[in-house]
Design a protein around this ligand. Structure first.
Ligand code: HEM
Length: 484
């Protein structure tokens, strides 16, 4: 076969495992400068190929999408997703296709997103909360994390369950999951170590999943009970949450609601599927949107002239005598550009993880079957050949005709990925992002605290499942509306 892509030399047996601390979006971008837009690492027994420019991204996400659409999964991920019973980690194939169709039609469409009361209500609750803190320093990062957590929690489980204790317990389960997803497990690279469990991770995994089982089983049982008392059918579509929607597909040989729905006749979900999909939604929809809101605000506070331009547009389109309504969003062109520019510079998921289903060639290099393929969206969105002043926050670049959009056909701009595995929650995510930012910028003026100037604002990020700000943004709101 042709040669492997270039890459740093490795050691016998462990390969490049001594470089594990460089496998962040920034570290991999640095390596790409040395080895090129496609490079190869050997991590124990595992091949990893990293893609860092738009041309190679097009190769793997469009031209050879069918070969590059599997997902790599660590031991932790397999265990915590009930052995890939979800959509995000299912391999590409008929099961994934059905799950994806179900989620896109029933859970994530823009129409469905607009019908979740949770988005509107929680944004308004946040505005009221900020009004109460007018003139004092607000931890903006914590505020928006709580906001998106509430939105998704309510959309998933319904408002009856939004008790403080329930939510706190669920957040701590999610945090443990997050740690386990990110934990370095030797057995991922040397599978024969799985049964030895030298780091004691298997025990932690079992414990985390037990806590999740107890928590979500109770929620599923309560929903089933509600259905039973409602004559075996789902509650009103208007009141239904994600668990209700998924329970319509629960059971052997098709769903339990017989309204002639073709999708329902074709798909049957187990309890594990329902639990795993809910975890996809919680992980996919919470930190991503929260980090985008926080980065958008930080970038605008760093460049007050951009903040002013967005707020001037809000005055022009909405006026200062009322709050933003959903119908205004379409007219807020500059706000949308600022959000696109934020997602370009700070894609909430900086590294897209794919896996090859068979051996192939890219750019004349050999990529074996089951290679872990890392598409460095963070590096690609800042590619100097595709973007002028690539590291500068400049929303007006998106005003030009022919500027890239979110559809994923411009491979220099892939914050939601592209192709078969691109983000199915994009409409829901964008809706929550636009509505939150429009309200927070329209209702309040924002200043940095304690005489801090924009130059002092730290713009470092952190590497994890997402890439949020390393230091939480703190800002001082004052009301702006005459109707306040
Ligand atoms: C600003 C918000 C969001 C961003 C930037 C974002 C970004 C992404 C990206 C980059 C991927 C991986 C694409 C790939 O591997 O090629 C992805 C996948 C996914 N996202 Fe999102 N996402 C957002 C919001 C959401 C929301 C709100 C949900 C659900 C409620 C969601 C659910 C998912 C799921 C389930 C997948 C896996 C899809 C699959 O493997 O087939 N995302 N997202």
């Amino acid at each position: 076969h042709p040669p492997y892509p270039p890459g740093p030399p490795g050691l016998p047996i462990v390969g490049n495992m001594f470089m594990m601390d460089q496998l962040t979006h920034r570290g991999l971008a640095k390596l790409a400068k040395e080895y090129g837009g496609i490079f190869h690492l050997k991590l124990g027994l595992l091949h990893q190929v990293t893609i860092s420019n738009p041309d190679y991204a097009r190769q793997v996400l469009q031209v050879q999408d069918n070969i590059f659409s599997n997902r790599p999964a660590s031991i932790a991920i397999k265990y915590l997703t009930y052995n890939r019973a979800d959509m995000a980690f299912a391999h590409y194939g008929p099961f994934w296709r059905q799950m994806r169709k179900l989620c896109v039609i029933k859970l994530f469409s823009r129409k469905r997103a607009e019908s979740w009361d949770s988005v509107r209500d929680e944004v308004m609750n946040t505005v009221t909360n900020v009004e109460g803190k007018s003139g004092t320093a607000v931890n903006f990062g914590e505020l928006v994390f709580k906001l998106t957590n509430n939105i998704i929690y309510r959309a998933a489980f319904g408002s009856d369950l939004l008790s403080q204790e329930g939510q706190t317990e669920f957040v701590s389960i999610l945090q443990e999951f997050s740690k386990l997803f990110g934990a370095f497990n030797l057995a991922d690279f040397f599978p024969w170590l799985t049964w030895v469990d030298p780091q004691g991770l298997n025990r932690r995994l079992a414990k985390a999943r037990r806590s999740l089982d107890v928590f979500i089983d109770k929620i599923i049982d309560d929903h089933l009970e509600k259905r039973r008392s409602n004559g075996g059918v789902s509650v009103d579509a208007e009141d239904s949450d994600m668990v209700d929607e998924l329970l319509a597909f629960y059971g052997e040989g098709g769903g339990t609601r017989s309204d002639g729905d073709e999708l329902q006749a074709a798909i049957s979900l187990t309890r594990d599927n329902i639990k795993a999909i809910i975890m996809d939604v919680m992980f996919g929809g919470t930190e991503t949107v929260a980090s985008a809101i926080e980065w958008a605000m930080a970038e605008m506070m760093k460049r007050p002239e951009e903040l002013k331009r967005v707020q001037d547009e809000l005055v022009q389109v909405v006026g200062l005598d009322r709050r933003v309504e959903e119908s205004d969003l379409e007219k807020l062109t500059y706000l949308k550009c600022a959000l696109k520019e934020t997602l370009r510079l700070h894609p909430p998921i900086p590294l897209l993880l794919h896996e090859t289903s068979e051996p192939t060639n890219v750019g004349g290099y050999f990529v074996p079957a089951r290679t872990r393929v890392v598409i460095n969206s963070w590096a690609i969105n800042r590619d100097k050949t595709a973007w002028e002043d690539a590291d500068v926050f400049n929303p007006s670049r998106f005003l030009k005709s022919g500027a890239p959009d979110f559809k994923g056909s411009n491979f220099e701009f892939i914050p939601f990925g592209s192709g078969r595995r691109s983000c199915p929650g994009m409409q829901l995510g964008l809706y929550a992002l636009e509505l939150s930012m429009a309200h927070l910028l329209h209702c309040f003026s924002w200043e940095l605290p304690d005489g801090m100037t924009p130059k002092d604002l730290d713009m470092e990020d952190m590497f994890g499942l997402t890439a949020p700000r390393a230091v939480r943004l703190v800002a001082v709101p004052t009301p702006r509306l005459q109707c306040h």
